[in-house]
Design a protein around this ligand. Structure first.
Ligand SMILES: CCCCCCCCCCCCC[C@@H](O)CC(=O)SCCNC(=O)CCNC(=O)[C@H](O)C(C)(C)COP(=O)(O)OP(=O)(O)OC[C@H]1O[C@@H](n2cnc3c(N)ncnc32)[C@H](O)[C@@H]1OP(=O)(O)O
Length: 358
């Protein structure tokens, strides 16, 4: 005759809880088959150290998966009800098995269980509401950060663009020769700050591509710091004017467009300009940058600045112009990648707008 342990039970609308009074239970085998739960284990029960087992045929269908957890004192079993609801008893047979008793530690009647569900739901709702509040706080912080960033860049590039335009009107062609001296400080500031755009894209603060942003920032800063910044001979070349003018021409449109976007607002003309004027400006910008790189090659060759020394046996060094030839190829690739990216952004923007208008 198999020994049966004492089993205590309780229910909720979705679960059945069983507590088997066996200490140090081992080799536990518990499963549900055709709505009958079978339990077998070695352990210390009412009849000392022995093998204990029991089976229970449930009143209503249950799910076949059983979760059990054993502690030194007992084995806890959870069975999921097939359907949400309250059972009038545990077993199919009206007569309760002798080894089965209510678990008063977990016992709830139907109305208490409903109250428990309601309390859980209220707790969940409160948690949701507080998470929503936190998210709102984060969004408004992000919006404020982006707005200030775009405003600073807009002011910087507007200063550059207006200054260059006014000087062009006042001094005519002469103004082309001293762009670097009058403008470079603000341009250095704006272009260093532009690194934030790569971080924004990388950390998902905005929905920009990381590679296009990286190409843009690295590309411009290479020209600004290496070609213009490090060669005094380049400072008074007119090419500086064209590069700076083309860069700032797009930015005085792009940043106010983003500023409005921070408040989910748009001005159609500005949107159109943001997604259209890059078509002539981008190739012109790359062309101007390429001219600057080409103009700098003989200077690097002559001055040997940044040249890579080779071992004495070879007796010479690799000129930095070698790097510049590679860079010219990269520029062309960068142009293709960003042109394709901007074309996609333009199509997406105008397609979405048209769909919204229909
Ligand atoms: C891997 C390194 C290799 C290095 C190789 C170097 C190769 C060198 C190649 C050099 C080529 C560079 C040449 C270039 O310097 C020349 C010029 O710039 S000439 C002047 C003309 N230039 C341009 O027109 C380009 C201007 N730049 C840009 O448009 C961006 O920098 C670019 C990354 C190219 C594209 O921008 P983005 O991917 O951000 O597209 P969207 O503007 O449509 O934005 C997407 C969504 O994100 C929101 N967003 C983005 N930024 C912000 C922000 N600061 N604040 C708020 N919101 C922002 C935007 O609103 C969009 O939102 P939604 O999706 O809701 O519409």
């Amino acid at each position: 005759m198999p020994l049966t342990p004492l089993v205590y039970w309780a229910q909720r609308h979705e679960d059945i809880y069983l507590r088997v009074e066996l200490t140090d239970a081992q080799d536990i085998d518990v499963h549900v088959h055709e709505n009958i739960l079978q339990f077998k284990a070695q352990g210390h029960g009412a009849k000392g150290q022995n093998e204990y087992e029991f089976s229970l045929e449930f009143l209503s269908p249950v799910k076949p998966e059983v979760i059990h957890r054993s502690t030194q004192r007992q084995v806890s079993i959870t069975v999921k009800k097939g359907q949400h609801g309250w059972w009038e008893r545990l077993t199919l047979k009206e007569r309760k098995p002798v080894f089965l008793a209510p678990d008063f530690d977990r016992w709830l009647d139907e109305s208490d269980a409903e109250m428990e569900i309601r309390e859980k739901e209220e707790k969940k709702n409160r948690l949701k509401a507080s998470r929503h509040k936190e998210e709102e706080g984060f969004i408004s912080l992000k919006t404020a950060f982006l707005f200030v960033y775009n405003l600073v860049q807009f002011l910087g590039f507007s200063w550059i663009f207006i200054n260059m335009t006014v000087r062009l009107f006042i001094f005519g062609q002469d103004s082309l020769y001293d762009t670097f001296h009058t403008i470079s400080d603000v341009m250095f500031f704006c272009q260093i700050l532009a690194a934030v755009e790569v971080l924004n894209a990388a950390f998902g603060v905005v929905h920009s591509g990381v590679i296009p942003s990286l190409i843009q920032v690295v590309g411009r800063n290479f020209v600004l710091f290496i070609i213009f910044g490090s060669l005094e001979e380049m400072h008074n070349r007119p090419v500086v004017f064209f590069v700076f003018y083309l860069w700032s021409a797009i930015e005085i449109v792009r940043y106010p467009f983003y500023m409005l976007g921070c408040f989910n607002t748009e001005w159609k003309t500005l949107t159109w300009l943001r997604y259209t004027i890059w078509i002539p400006l981008y190739p012109l910008g790359v062309l101007a940058e390429a001219v600057a790189v080409i103009q700098s090659i003989p200077i690097f060759d002559e001055t040997k600045l940044f040249s890579i020394p080779l071992p004495k046996a070879l007796g010479t060094s690799i000129s930095f112009s070698f790097v510049l030839y590679i860079y010219l190829v990269l520029m062309f690739l960068g142009l293709l990648i960003n042109f394709r990216h901007l074309y996609k952004q333009r199509k997406r923007r105008f397609r979405t707008k048209k769909r919204k208008a229909n």
